[in-house]
Design a protein around this ligand. Structure first.
Ligand code: ADP
Ligand code: ZN
Length: 734
C-alpha cells in the first residue's frame, strides 16, 4: 500500500474516518477523521469544523462506505459526554428524511438541541447527615434529622420542605456539623411516576379495552391499536393502564397531545393516577428547561413525556410506548421545513423500535379507520360516556327559517338556549372558528376591499386592538376611518363575524352575564390562556366565546350548552377533506358539553341542514358518516385509497414561479398509476410576497410517490434566483 492510501477499515491503529450528520440542510453526512486516542461510536455527539465554524453533529455510522483520502479530511474536534443517539433513532431519522423527501440534516436537527444540552448538568450543592448531633435538641431539629436519615443526601430546600421546617433550622444544624456539604446530581425535572400509585376501578368496557392495551404492551412488539370512543368515555383512564404497564417494564412512554401547552389539567390528571407529573415538551418551554428535559430524556431519567408533535423526535433512551391522543387532529401535521404528520411518523417510530403504538380519538381520521377496518390496526371501542353521563342532545338550527336579527349572527333559538342555560346557573360555549372581529372590511361607497399587500388574503379586523391584520403574514395596519380608494369617511363596513363580534352581540344581549373570549389573540399568550381556561373550569364565566382553542381536551364540568355559530364555515372551501374535518371539529366541540353528567345540548347553526355532515352529527350515528365518506374516498381514489404529494413552487415573481412549475411538470417521468395535476395557482396564490404554484401528484395505493417526485425534481430545472420548491407528501388539504 502506498504512503498516501490508507486502509480505512483495517487495523485498529489505522486512522479512522466516520460520517457525521450536521444539523443543517445537507443531503448526507460529511466525513471526518477521528483523531488518534479519541473514542467515538455510532451516535456519538461531536463537534466538528465546518468551513470557518465549529458545529455539532452526530456520528452516523460505524465507518464510511467509500475510501477517501484522509489528508483531505478535517478531524472531529471533541466528543460530548452524553449518551449516543441510539441506532433506532438514527434509523428513524433516516426513514423520516427519505419519506418526507427532506434533507437528512434538517430532520436530524429536530432530534438535537443546542450544544449546551450535551454538557453534563452542573452539580448542585447538597447536604449529608454526619455522626455529629446538636447540643440542644428541639422538636424541629429532631424532625429534620429523622427525615434526613431516610435519604443519602438532600438539597437544603428539599430537606426543609420534607421536614416541614424553615431553612434556618437546617442552617443551624449545618453550623454545628450535623450536616456536611456534598455535591449532588441535579434532580430530574419530574419525579418518577409510580404505575401502582392509585389505580382506578374501571367500568367493564373500559376494563376490556385496558386489558387489550396491556396485553399489547406485554407482547413487547410493534402493533397499532385504535381506541375509538365517544367524548367523555374515559379513554384517558384506559390508556393510562398501558402507560402503567410500560413503566412496570422499566421503559419510557411518550404521550402526544395536540395542545399540551393549553391543557395543564392533563398533567394534574396524570399526577392523580401516577403520583407525579409527566415531563412536558412543547414550544412554550423555557430554553433552559427544554435543554434539561432533553438531556434527562436521553439519559432515561424522565420516564414519561407529554408533548406536542415535536416530542416524537426526542432521543429517548428506552422508549416502549407511544400514545397519540386526538390522533385525527390537524395540529399533528407540520407544514414548515420538514413536512410530516406526527401521527404517521409515530407509527413508523414504533415499528422501528418494535413497541406498541396507541391512537386515540372520538372521531378517528379516515386513514386510521380504514386501517382498523382492514385489520392492520387493532381496534377497541368505548360506546358510552363514563358514569352514565349522556351525550349532549344535538339540534340543527336552520338559519333560513330562524334568521338572526339585523346586524346579528345568533338566531332566536340560540339566544333562547343561552338564556335558559345562564338562568340555570350553567355555562354556555359559543364556538366560531374565526379570530378577530370581522374577516373582511369594505367601503360601502366604492366597494374597495382591504387586502393584504403581501398575500392573496383579506385583512381581518381586530377591534380590541383596533387594527386590520393578515392572518398569513402578520401584516398589521391601524383600522382606517376613510377609504384609501375613494377617500369617503365613515362608510367602511365590517363583513361577517369573528369571535370578537359574537362577543359584542352576546354582551349586548346578555348585559349581566359574565363572558370570556378565548382566542390566540389574547394579550398575554399561553399564560393568559391557561388562566382563562382555569377560570372557565371554575365557573367564573357564564358564556364563553371561543375558537378551536376551546375544543381541545378541556373539561368544563358546568358547561351544558354548546352553540356552533357557523357550522358551514369549513365545508365550502373545496377541500376533499372538508367534510371529515367539519365532522370531527363539530363532534369535538359539542363534546365539551355535559361531561359531568348534567343534561346538556348542542345547537348547530347551519344553512345546509340537509348536508350529510350535519345529518351525521345530529343523528348520533357517526358510522353513517364514516361509511359514506369511505365509499366516496375509495371511488375517487383519494387517501387512503390513493396517494397524494404536493409540490409547491414559490418565487418573488409570478412568472418565475410558473415557469419553474411548468419545467417540473415537463420533467415528470411517465409511470403507470401516477399522474400530475397542474401546475395551477396554489390555494393561497400569494403569501408573504411570494407567488405560489402547485403541482399535485396523484398515485394509486402503493405507488412509489417519493421515487416519482425525486426523479421529477432531479431532472427538472434547478432552483435558481428566488425560486423555492417545497415538497409535501400526504398533504393535509388538497
Ligand atoms: P375521554 O378522554 O374519552 O373524553 P376522559 O378520559 O376525559 O374521557 O373521561 C371523562 C371523565 O370521566 C373524566 O372526568 C374522568 O376523570 C372520568 N373517568 C373516566 N373513567 C373513570 C374511572 N374509571 N373512574 C373514575 N373516573 C373516571
Ligand atoms: Zn399577508
Amino acid at each position: 500500500m502506498g504512503k498516501d492510501s490508507f486502509d480505512l477499515f483495517g487495523a485498529p491503529e489505522a486512522p479512522k474516518a466516520v460520517p457525521v450528520m450536521v444539523p443543517l440542510p445537507v443531503p448526507k453526512p460529511y466525513t471526518y477523521m477521528v483523531p488518534e486516542g479519541m473514542h467515538v461510536q455510532p451516535g456519538s455527539i461531536v463537534q466538528v469544523p465546518l468551513g470557518p465554524r465549529q458545529v455539532f453533529g452526530v456520528v452516523w455510522q460505524e465507518q464510511v462506505a467509500e475510501a477517501i483520502d484522509p489528508k483531505k479530511l478535517k478531524s472531529i474536534t471533541t466528543v460530548f459526554d452524553c449518551p449516543p443517539l441510539a441506532g433506532e433513532m438514527r434509523d428513524f431519522l433516516d426513514w423520516t428524511a427519505s419519506y418526507t423527501l427532506s434533507p437528512p440534516g434538517l430532520v436530524a436537527r429536530m432530534s438535537l438541541r443546542a450544544p449546551t444540552a450535551f454538557e453534563p448538568e452542573p452539580m448542585v450543592e447538597g447536604l449529608r447527615l454526619t455522626e455529629e448531633r446538636p447540643e440542644r435538641m428541639t422538636e424541629a431539629r429532631a424532625r429534620v434529622i429523622a427525615t434526613a436519615e431516610d435519604g443519602p443526601a438532600w438539597t437544603r430546600s428539599g430537606l426543609a420542605h420534607a421536614a416541614g421546617v424553615t431553612s434556618s433550622v437546617i442552617d443551624g444544624l449545618t453550623k454545628q456539623g450535623v450536616f456536611e456539604p456534598v455535591f449532588l446530581s441535579p434532580p430530574p425535572i419530574a419525579a418518577e411516576p409510580d404505575p401502582d400509585y392509585i389505580a382506578p376501578s374501571l367500568e367493564p368496557d373500559q376494563q376490556a379495552a385496558a386489558d387489550e392495551l396491556v396485553a399489547a404492551v406485554k407482547a413487547d412488539t410493534f402493533g397499532v391499536t385504535l381506541i375509538d370512543g365517544v367524548t367523555g368515555s374515559g379513554k384517558t383512564e384506559v390508556y393510562f393502564e398501558a402507560v402503567a404497564e410500560t413503566l412496570r417494564q422499566g421503559k419510557q412512554v411518550l404521550i402526544l397531545l395536540p395542545e399540551i401547552a393549553l391543557t395543564p389539567a392533563f398533567l394534574e390528571r396524570f399526577q392523580d393516577r401516577f403520583g407525579a407529573k409527566p415531563a412536558e415538551w412543547h414550544s412554550d418551554l423555557a430554553p433552559r428547561k427544554r435543554e434539561r428535559t432533553w438531556r434527562q430524556v436521553t439519559e432515561g431519567q424522565l420516564r414519561v413525556v407529554a408533548g406536542a408533535r415535536s416530542a416524537l423526535f426526542l432521543p429517548f433512551e428506552n422508549l416502549g410506548l407511544i400514545i397519540i391522543d386526538e390522533e385525527h387532529d390537524p395540529a399533528y401535521k407540520q407544514e414548515d421545513r420538514v413536512f410530516y404528520n406526527a401521527r404517521d411518523m409515530a407509527v413508523v417510530r414504533g415499528r422501528i423500535g418494535d413497541f406498541p403504538v396507541v391512537l386515540v380519538s372520538a372521531t378517528p381520521s379516515i386513514e386510521s379507520r380504514v386501517n382498523a377496518d382492514q385489520g392492520r390496526y387493532a381496534k377497541v371501542h368505548l360506546r358510552s360516556r363514563f358514569g352514565g353521563a349522556a351525550l349532549p342532545d344535538l339540534h340543527l338550527v336552520d338559519m333560513r327559517r330562524f334568521p338572526p336579527a339585523r346586524g346579528g349572527f345568533l338566531s332566536s333559538v340560540m339566544i333562547k338556549g343561552i338564556q335558559k342555560t345562564v338562568e340555570r346557573g350553567e355555562q354556555a360555549l359559543l364556538f366560531l372558528n374565526r379570530r378577530g372581529y370581522a374577516p373582511l372590511t369594505l367601503c360601502r361607497v366604492c366597494g374597495h376591499r382591504f387586502q393584504c399587500p403581501n398575500c392573496s388574503a383579506w385583512l381581518v379586523e381586530h377591534r380590541f386592538r383596533n387594527v386590520l391584520q393578515c392572518h398569513h403574514c402578520g401584516h398589521t395596519e391601524k383600522s382606517p376611518d376613510a377609504c384609501p380608494e375613494c377617500g369617503t369617511l365613515d362608510h367602511l363596513a365590517s363583513c361577517g363575524p369573528g369571535v370578537e363580534r359574537i362577543a359584542e352581540e352576546v354582551e349586548k344581549t346578555f348585559p349581566d352575564a359574565r363572558t370570556i373570549v378565548l382566542s390566540s389573540d389574547l394579550a398575554g399568550g399561553v399564560k393568559r390562556l391557561r388562566l382563562e381556561l382555569e377560570a372557565i373550569a371554575k365557573g367564573e364565566a357564564d358564556i364563553v366565546i371561543g375558537t378551536q382553542l376551546v375544543a381541545k381536551g378541556h373539561n368544563f364540568p358546568n358547561m351544558t350548552l354548546v352553540g356552533i355559530v357557523d357550522a358551514d364555515l369549513g365545508l365550502s372551501n373545496g377541500d376533499p377533506r372538508a367534510a371529515e374535518r367539519t365532522f370531527q371539529l363539530l363532534s369535538q366541540v359539542t363534546g365539551r358539553a355535559g361531561r359531568s353528567g348534567l343534561k346538556s345540548s348542542g345547537l348547530i347553526q347551519t344553512y345546509q341542514p340537509g348536508h350529510p355532515v350535519m345529518q351525521a352529527i345530529v343523528s348520533g350515528d357517526p358510522e353513517a358518516f364514516y361509511e359514506r365518506e369511505i365509499v366516496e374516498r375509495e371511488r375517487a381514489l383519494m387517501p387512503p385509497f390513493g396517494r397524494l404529494a404536493s409540490v409547491i413552487v414559490s418565487a418573488d415573481t409570478r412568472a418565475d414561479a410558473e415557469t419553474h412549475a411548468r419545467g417540473l411538470r415537463q420533467a415528470a417521468p411517465s409511470v403507470s398509476g401516477i399522474s400530475v395535476l397542474g401546475p395551477a395557482e396554489a390555494p393561497l396564490a400569494l403569501v408573504r410576497g411570494r407567488h405560489r404554484f402547485r403541482l399535485l401528484v396523484h398515485g394509486r395505493r402503493g405507488a412509489d410517490m417519493q421515487g416519482f417526485v425525486r426523479t421529477m425534481i432531479a431532472s427538472g430545472p434547478k432552483e435558481r434566483g428566488t425560486v423555492q420548491v417545497q415538497l409535501d407528501i400526504d398533504p393535509q388539504s388538497f
